[in-house]
Design a binder for this molecule. Structure first.
Ligand code: NAD
Length: 258
């Protein structure tokens, strides 16, 4: 079965990668692309799409089985509304989401198929499992997460770093209360049950995440490095192909790989 997809934020860094991944996936047909500024024929030609492709949000939601969203958090208000109105599946890779955005996803998941992953790479999602396993064995070790991204990234720490922290926290019965995002603001010793986060920004790095387990006199580090954005766009296209045959609901990457 071919999945008809449309890509929101088509002019962005991820948008162009999603178009390439969509075009090279045999089970996918791109039927729409849109962005905040108009998509013209020159752009369609540049990315190798025919001019029959829909270029507005409204037409894309009608034509597609699934919309892939790597844009910005405020866009979710109208994307979830359009998804429900048109019975279109929604794959969300946008990061920096807050409680109000997650509520929108949960609400939409009651009437359509919704998939959310702050990191769409298969490698990263397997890295999460390795980190969980390490954390379950290294109970007395101090846990620190360090992430590095390109100079244009707006949110910090990255959605992937937070997700990594959440995965570890779930494994060892911690919660978000154990997260420390603010070490530089306070002059105090490290608490024992803490997961610390640090962010580095620069260059054109698509994403690096390290979790360090510091014990007394020894440390263990696990690192995932992304060399380009194809890992995210290929994963998002696979998610779209998988999602359209599921029941309505809100899914994560773990649902797809287990
Ligand atoms: P970008 O700024 O290069 O691109 C975003 C694009 O979305 C822009 O072209 C912008 O005009 C467009 N856009 C914004 N609001 C829109 C709207 N309402 N309708 C249509 N288009 C809209 O950013 P990017 O590097 O491509 O990243 C986009 C998002 O994806 C960020 O939140 C980033 O953190 C996230 N991201 C997630 C993953 C993952 O695996 N989940 C991987 C990489 C990036």
């Amino acid at each position: 079965m071919t999945t008809k997809i449309a890509i929101a934020g088509a002019k962005g860094r991820m948008g162009e990668n999603l178009i390439r991944s969509g075009l090279s996936n045999q089970n996918t047909q791109i039927v729409g692309i849109f962005d905040v500024t108009d998509i013209d024929e020159t752009f369609l030609k540049k990315v190798g799409l025919p001019n029959t492709v829909k270029t507005s949000q409204e037409e894309s939601f009608i034509a597609a089985d699934a919309i892939i969203d790597f844009t910005s958090p405020p866009a979710l208000f109208s994307f979830t509304e359009s998804a429900v109105a048109n019975n279109t599946s929604l794959i969300v890779g946008t990061t920096g989401l807050e409680k109000k955005h997650f509520k929108l996803l949960e609400q939409a998941g009651k009437s359509v198929k919704v998939f959310y992953a702050p990191n769409m790479s298969f490698g990263v999602n397997s890295f999460f499992n390795l980190a969980r396993k390490a954390a379950s064995q290294l109970k007395s070790f101090d846990i620190e997460i360090i992430e590095t991204h390109h100079r244009h990234k707006k949110d910090s720490p990255s959605g992937t770093a937070i997700k990594l922290g959440e995965e570890i926290a779930e494994e060892i019965n911690y919660s978000n209360e154990n997260f420390n995002f603010d070490r530089q603001q306070k002059s105090e010793e490290r608490k024992s049950k803490e997961i610390g986060f640090s962010s580095i920004r620069g260059g054109n790095i698509p994403g690096e995440h390290t979790v360090i387990f510091h014990g007394d006199n020894e440390s263990i580090e696990l690192t995932h490095k992304s060399y380009n954005r194809k890992i995210f766009s290929d994963g998002a296209i696979e998610a779209a192909n998988w999602l359209v045959s599921q029941k309505n609901g809100l899914y994560t990457f773990r649902d797809m790989i287990t």
